[in-house]
Write a protein that binds this ligand. Structure first.
Ligand code: CP
Ligand code: NVA
Length: 308
């Protein structure tokens, strides 16, 4: 079987591939905004497997596939044999004989890696405990739309060293920017789990105000990610001083952007006047999931398209 190209973590693609994808996203988005039909994926089918909840990921993949002329099928653990212990390897063999592309949201990264190993078709990571590459793809595209290249810029990550944080750290290595991370004690970045090559592109700060100082972009996420609900009480106490508020935004550059992958908890990881304030680009960020993932699906299925 010829090797299949998957998108399981951010570092699966090179900087040059990202440059292509960002250009392609712009082209696809512009066309969509002009109401011009573009159906390169006619007769192609995407299977979406959800082992955790989702609003944005489901909607953006399902709508995106329809808008490209294809079809999308929603599967979850409860209604499939995956929930009754069918081995992931067997599911991968079967599902990948029936569709052209698979997107999975699951728990350990190891599960999606095993699925991909036995899949005949490309597999996309729609979030695992370790990574969320489609999110950071959209976030960086959003940064570029608002401010231009992210190369050499500083991103401040405030809060939990979770799947989105790990993905920002990988992206910094691939696209050559810096991440200032501040987490409470006990929740620090684990470079190996984050899948990093080194420590050149990130710096850790005990004080979140210090991490935000001079940043071009300030970003955060929930204190308790899906799958970690048992730790909720303990996390609320540990993260209380890690809220992105107006004072923290004032440490960053005056034109710094604020991002959050959503869903957000106002009054916990972010103050309402920040997420709803003028520096916040969270709605563009959410919308761009649709556009970047259309470029991603087109790339995985059709390869590079020469400019029109
Ligand atoms: N940001 C994100 O992935 O949202 P959902 O959990 O709603 O898909
Ligand atoms: N870190 C969050 C992101 C949700 C989109 C989680 O994994 O629940």
């Amino acid at each position: 079987m010829k090797p299949v190209k998957h998108y399981l973590q951010f570092k699966d693609f090179t900087r040059e591939e990202y440059e292509y994808l960002f250009e392609r996203t712009r082209w696809i988005k512009d066309k969509f905004k002009r109401y011009e039909p573009y159906w390169p994926l006619q007769d192609r089918t995407l299977a979406m497997i959800f082992e955790k909840q989702s609003t944005r990921t489901r909607l953006s993949f399902e709508a995106g596939m329809h808008q490209l002329g294809g079809a999308a099928i929603y599967l979850n653990t409860r209604d499939t044999q995956l929930g009754r212990g069918e081995p992931v390897e067997d599911a991968a063999q079967v599902i990948s004989r029936m569709v052209d592309l698979v997107m999975i949201r699951t728990f350990e990264q190891e599960i999606i890696e095993r699925f991909a190993k036995h899949s005949r078709v490309p597999v996309i990571n729609g979030l695992t405990n370790e990574y969320h590459p489609c999110q950071v793809l959209a976030d960086i595209y959003t940064y570029i739309e608002h401010r231009g290249s992210i190369q050499g810029k500083t991103v401040a990550w405030i809060g939990d060293s979770n799947n989105v944080c790990n993905t920002w750290l990988q992206a910094a290595e691939v696209l050559d920017f810096n991440v200032h991370v501040s987490t409470p004690p006990g929740y620090e970045v684990e470079p190996e789990r984050a899948g990093l090559y080194g420590t050149d592109h990130f710096e850790s700060f005990a004080d979140p105000m210090e991490a935000a100082r001079g940043a071009d972009l300030v970003t955060t996420d929930v204190w308790t990610s899906m799958g970690f609900e048992d730790e909720d009480e303990q996390r609320r106490r540990a993260f209380a001083d890690w809220q992105v508020d107006a004072e923290m935004m004032r440490q960053a550059k005056p034109d710094a952007l604020f991002m959050h992958c959503l869903p957000a908890h106002r009054g916990e990881e972010v103050a309402a006047d920040v997420i709803d304030g003028p520096q916040s680009v969270v709605w563009d960020e959410a919308e761009n999931r649709l556009h970047v993932q259309k470029a991603l699906m087109e790339y995985l299925l059709l390869g590079r398209i020469a400019p029109a």
